[in-house]
Design a binder for this molecule. Structure first.
Ligand code: ZN
Ligand code: ZN
Length: 103
């Protein structure tokens, strides 16, 4: 069971946020403290995390894993991050579908 203890996020106006770090809120929050926009903590489509690197995070508007825009869905339904029951870390290891041909 792996629960995300901390993470980074941003709003549509490129204000960065984080939670779980020593001086930060313990949990992710729904709205940006600087502009009131909805915060995004992971990809609305595939739930990949946002870039940890602040420079990259500030510029990121699309998911690196699936290419979905971070903020399109967030504007329709602002949902503070509900921890997905199952976080499937995929795409890295790659399914080794070795065609085992006996014959
Ligand atoms: Zn903001
Ligand atoms: Zn994605």
């Amino acid at each position: 069971m792996e629960q995300r203890a901390r993470g980074v996020g941003k709003c549509a106006a490129d204000h960065l946020g984080s939670f779980g770090y020593p001086t930060r809120p313990a949990e992710c929050y729904g709205f940006c403290s600087q502009c009131g926009g909805s915060m995004v903590w992971d990809c609305p489509s595939c739930h990949a995390t946002l870039p940890d690197d602040p420079d990259e995070l500030k510029l990121a508007h699309f998911c690196r894993e699936c290419g979905s825009p971070y903020f399109e869905a967030a504007e329709r339904a602002a949902e503070p991050c509900e921890e997905p029951a199952l976080r499937i870390i995929s795409g890295r290891a790659g399914p080794a579908e070795a065609a085992d041909r006996a014959g």
